[in-house]
Design a protein around this ligand. Structure first.
Ligand code: FDA
Length: 375
């Protein structure tokens, strides 16, 4: 949106007039680097050549988020939002291309308020999944929530892209159980389910982080779980119908593809995640990366095709990146990666983006392009 210089100075003076100075960090402040590193999960994205933010802002309430967005727009500086920092490509705190931006780090916005009577909870985006589960567990021994496995994953990014874990078969995904959300949009407005409109509320629940604004908090439905869980094995051989049992298991919990932006529902048998690990001391990972790419190609005949489907929360820039035309991400170019993540829901997501952020202020390498502007 702009090169470093006047616009970033304007951002800083606008911001420090609107929010407490101690919530704004510049590279010269001693806490800047520890704060930037605090939720980076992949050291690959913290090297001397990493494109880092000019500022980090740590809001403690929604009005600080609104101020950051308004100052960002006024001075022409983009914002990347970070909740738990677990993005597989690090897009919440780094840019792939040379770009000036600020990071809005929501780690100080992490309250969880459980209403066990109503079986609902409000959770701020900066809370980690483990904090959400702990708060629910403290309030009730018979309520749970179907999100991901890793306790340090941030609620903000996780809910934005879908979110599944051990309760998937019984209760679906995190997004299937989100009943309201508080969003700061590109105009700095604070919106809820009713005021943002049904298309945008649909899009927030799985259409991917960064695209539609900053989700400050989410209201979720809590679901019954037994106070005690007993685990046991029942051995079933092939001749006793093991294949039928597995087939039946695959058919439990079928949800229509368009119910939320996450389309990998009925008919999708498995979600496979390919991983490889190396230490930074042992090299740049070129060998391991090549191995993963070859393995991905090897698997092609055995997995979905046209499109080869992918889960947004397992972000992969090899699937494609946005192309910006006339300062707006191109809808056509985004189809390359967008249809793999969202299948037929990609266009509806782009229309929702066109409603809430037609100027494409909130964008990254794989944010949803606005449809109306690119026709
Ligand atoms: P992060 O803060 O990096 O954000 C991810 C994206 O969302 C970025 O583009 C960011 O800008 C945007 N964003 C973040 N907060 C936002 C907000 N409040 N408003 C708008 N945009 C926002 N998934 C799963 O389904 N089940 C699982 O069990 C696991 N387990 C798991 C373990 C580990 C170790 C990792 C690293 C990842 C997973 N995941 C997962 C994937 C995880 O769900 C995915 O990476 C989430 O996007 C991470 O959310 P964070 O808030 O932590 O990321």
């Amino acid at each position: 949106v702009s090169s470093q210089g006047n616009s970033s100075d304007g951002f800083l003076s606008c911001l420090t007039a609107s929010i407490p100075r101690q919530l704004v960090f510049t590279p010269s402040s001693p806490s800047f680097t520890p704060l930037l590193k605090s939720s980076i999960r992949n050291p690959k994205f913290f090297t001397p050549s990493t494109v880092r933010p000019l500022y980090i802002i740590t809001p403690t309430n929604a009005s600080h988020v609104q101020a950051a967005v308004l100052c960002g727009r006024r001075s022409g500086l983009r914002i990347r939002v970070r909740s738990g920092g677990h993005d597989y490509e690090g897009l919440s705190y780094r840019s792939v291309r040379a770009e000036s931006f600020a990071v809005l780090d929501l780690s100080s916005l992490r309250a969880v308020r459980v209403d066990a009577q109503a079986a609902t909870a409000w959770v701020d985006s900066g809370a980690q999944l483990g904090e959400l589960y702990y708060a629910i567990g403290k309030a009730s021994g018979v309520l749970g929530f179907p999100g991901g496995l890793c306790p340090t994953v941030g609620v903000g990014g996780h809910f934005s892209g879908g979110g599944f874990g051990m309760l998937l078969r019984k209760y679906g995904m995190a997004i299937d159980n989100v009943i309201d959300a508080v969003l700061v949009d590109a105009k700095g407005r604070l919106l809820n389910k009713n005021t943002m409109g049904s298309d945008v509320f649909w899009a927030l629940r799985g259409g991917g982080g960064e695209s539609f604004g900053v989700v400050v908090s989410w209201q979720v439905k809590l679901l019954p779980v037994p106070p005690k869980v007993t685990v046991f094995n029942v051995p079933v051989t092939a001749s006793q119908g093991a294949a039928d049992l597995v087939t039946r298991w695959q058919q439990i919990a079928a949800v229509p593809e368009s119910a939320t932006p996450y389309p990998h529902r009925a008919g999708v048998l498995y979600n496979i995640q390919y991983m490889n690990f190396w230490s930074m001391a042992s090299g740049d990972g070129a060998v391991q990366t090549r191995w993963i790419r070859e393995f991905y190609a090897f698997m092609a005949p055995f997995v979905s095709s046209n499109p080869r489907e992918a889960y947004f929360n397992y972000r992969d820039l090899d699937l494609g990146e946005n192309v910006v035309v006339g300062n707006v991400s191109s809808y056509q170019a985004g189809m390359v990666w967008g249809q793999k993540y969202f299948k037929g829901n990609y266009q509806r997501l782009a229309m929702a983006k066109g409603q809430i952020d037609p100027d494409d202020y909130f964008r990254n390498e794989q944010s949803i392009p606005p449809f109306a502007n690119s026709r």
